[in-house]
Write a protein that binds this ligand. Structure first.
Ligand code: GTP
Length: 612
């Protein structure tokens, strides 16, 4: 092992930083270029967005999980520096990952697109970086684009964010321009980590993943002290104790090390089987020489939306639980508790950060764990105040107490911040008002861009607001929001009856002004989606015992194979197979087969007319 003097010298050469940006401004591409320029990967290994390791991330071209890597850079001063680089996601759903990454860094590269300029998430990320006392290094990316206007963006960074951008790096990650200058600025502008090598161990856990052989693997930032294999460590919040089996860094592949010291970012394994023992945010210390105080963790993330996840095959309930537990090891923001539905059987009420997060989890369950799932429509958490003075938290609409027992209902609101070119302000305001928004402020950022703020119900924002915002501003508006407490609203529950039976998993909560309309739209939509049977199926929407709308699915004898005249057994088999697979994503509710799509139908009744 190295001497203390060698360690101190090494510490001076460490730079811990993160890259933050509005979505698609090019963070991951910058990270790729840094890996390339520091020869951390061979050309053969280099593939685009190397740090986006999940298939899903590559396919969608987005970063979902942050990733930490160590690279070595020989600077112009002749010294070799150790960079710990943490890539972060840009989508608003994953801002929690960003805040955790920043807690492990000393500096942040702020990437701004030279054609788009400062966007809503650029600002949100700057605030997060400032909260964490990080040095910020602005970089203007995509200067190769014909529409690029680096000087204008430089001015914008100064005016809108208030950062000195006079020495901002002008770069094109795509063409490899500006990367040498960036590497030098990282050395010069970001501080070496502070931290006492001889003090008791304090290491912050900021991420975890699961390995079948090594158990839970923690990504940590050591703030003080040294940790090595064989050490007995304690998790200060959970109190659990383990013996360290391995430490190392990702470079980007795992490389074992003899030790990790104050200033290092790396991984630690200790045959941990239970994720609850070592949650992100906890502090690791030494059993025989403990620190007196844990490090400041971060506030636990509260899910924004909840939805029910049910296996299509009830026998797979335990498999689903195992799969969710495994996913949780990788995703500390995922929450789930068992629930039962009369219609769907046993499943889990699962909390997500947003609809993209929900989509990602669902897809990972299907791909990585081979689950066939029925997902119910997402819902926010309502507060129902009952006539006997209780407050009930309602994560599942079907659990809303009876109308007669409710005094009032509150729903979560957000403060929404929208940046938009001035010619689209009218469209944005109209949309926000239609979504029950309450105007807050409007400021001109410069000659042509406006910053509009609204208070809006979270439920409206989450469902389709962002898509609608994009389409009504030709993609120019950007949005950020944060929770802004609960407010009383005139809300009611709509129940859906199929063939006269209430289907609890289809209930939803809606504002009184939209109740009639939504009831009508959903019965029409369900009529399209639910397959016919050989008897008539009435579809009804009800508030309490009052039916507010009805449609009827006509009787029909369905035999798809009758269309195939003679002997092509192959084709016949294929068709039957297709039909069978379709069935996998259906649930029989009483006498009616309800496909997955039906449970999401309520999301599609925003303000579109259903197809006739
Ligand atoms: N023309 C041009 N395109 C670029 C440049 N840098 C990145 N891009 C492209 O911009 C898109 C987004 O780049 P990413 O690196 O995935 O952006 P990101 O900010 O990491 O996105 P998220 O991870 O989803 O937040 C990709 O299609 C890149 O190829 C550049 O310098 N010039």
């Amino acid at each position: 092992m190295d001497t203390l003097k060698e360690m101190k010298a090494r510490q001076q050469h460490i730079r811990n930083f993160s890259i933050v940006a509005h979505i698609d401004h090019g963070k991951s591409t910058i990270a790729d270029r840094i890996l390339e320029a520091t020869h951390s990967v061979t050309e053969r290994e280099m593939q685009n967005q190397l740090l986006d390791t999940m298939d899903l991330e590559r396919e969608r071209g987005i970063t979902i999980k942050m990733n930490a890597v160590e690279v070595h850079y020989k600077a112009e001063d002749g010294e070799t520096y150790i960079f710990h680089l943490v890539d972060t996601p840009g989508h608003v759903d994953f801002s929690y990952e960003v805040s955790r990454a920043l807690a492990a860094a000393d500096g942040a590269i702020l990437v701004v697109d030279a054609a788009q300029g400062v966007e809503a998430q650029t600002l949100a990320n700057v605030y997060l970086a400032l909260e964490n006392d990080l040095e910020i290094l602005p970089l203007i990316n995509k200067i190769d684009l014909p529409a690029a206007d680096p000087e204008k963006v430089r001015q914008e960074i100064e005016d809108v964010i208030g950062l000195d951008a006079s020495s901002a790096v002008l770069a094109s990650a795509k063409m490899g321009i500006g990367i040498p200058e960036l590497l030098e600025q990282i050395v010069q502008k970001f501080p070496a980590p502070e931290g006492d090598l001889e003090a008791p161990l304090q290491a912050l856990i900021f991420d975890s993943s699961y390995d079948a052989y090594k158990g839970v693997i923690l990504t940590i930032r050591v703030k003080n002290g040294i940790v090595k294999p064989g050490d007995k460590v304690r998790f200060m919040h959970s109190g659990a104790e383990y013996e360290v089996t391995e430490v190392g860094v990702h470079s980007p592949y795992s490389v074992k090390r003899d030790y990790l010291m104050a200033g290092d970012v790396g991984y630690l394994a200790a045959s941990i089987k239970n994720i609850r023992d070592a949650r992100p945010g906890d502090t690791i210390t030494m059993v025989n020489k403990p620190a007196t105080e844990p490090l400041a963790g971060y506030k636990p993330m509260t899910p924004m939306v909840y939805s029910g996840l049910y296996p299509t095959d009830n026998a797979k309930y335990n498999d689903l639980r195992d799969a969710l537990e495994k996913l949780q090891l990788n995703d500390a923001s995922l929450e789930f508790t068992p629930e039962t539905s009369q219609a769907l059987g046993f499943g889990f009420r699962t909390g997500f950060l947003g609809l993209l997060h929900m989509d990602v989890i669902q897809e990972r369950l299907e791909r990585e764990f081979d689950m066939d799932l029925i997902t119910t429509a997402p819902s926010v958490t309502y507060h129902a105040f009952t006539t006997d003075g209780q407050m009930v938290e309602v994560e599942n609409p079907s659990e809303l107490p009876d109308v007669g027992a409710i005094k009032s209902i509150e729903e979560p609101y957000v403060h929404a911040q929208i940046m938009v070119p001035k010619e689209y302000v009218g469209a944005v305001m109209e949309l926000a008002q239609r979504k029950r928004g309450e105007f807050d402020t409007m400021d001109y950022l410069d000659d042509h861009r406006v910053y509009v703020k609204y208070y809006m119900p979270l439920s409206e924002i989450i469902f389709d607001f962002f898509d609608k915002l994009k389409s009504s501003t030709r993609g120019y508006a950007s949005l950020d929001y944060e929770l802004a407490g609960y407010r009383q609203s005139d809300l009611m529950k709509i129940d859906i009856l199929l063939n006269g039976e209430k289907v609890d998993a289809l209930s939803f909560i809606v504002h009184r002004d939209f109740a009639q309309e939504r009831g009508r739209l959903i019965t029409a939509k369900l009529k399209e989606i639910i397959p016919r049977r050989n008897f008539e199926i009435p579809v009804q929407a009800a508030i309490g015992s009052k039916i507010i709308s009805r449609s009827t699915i006509k009787a029909y004898r369905k035999d798809v194979t009758s269309k195939i005249h003679t002997g092509d057994p192959d084709r016949r088999a294929k068709l039957l197979d297709k039909q069978k697979r379709g069935k996998a994503r259906m649930k029989s509710v009483g006498t009616v087969d309800v496909p997955q799509e039906a449970f999401m139908a309520v999301l599609k009744t925003g303000d579109d007319e259903p197809k006739k």
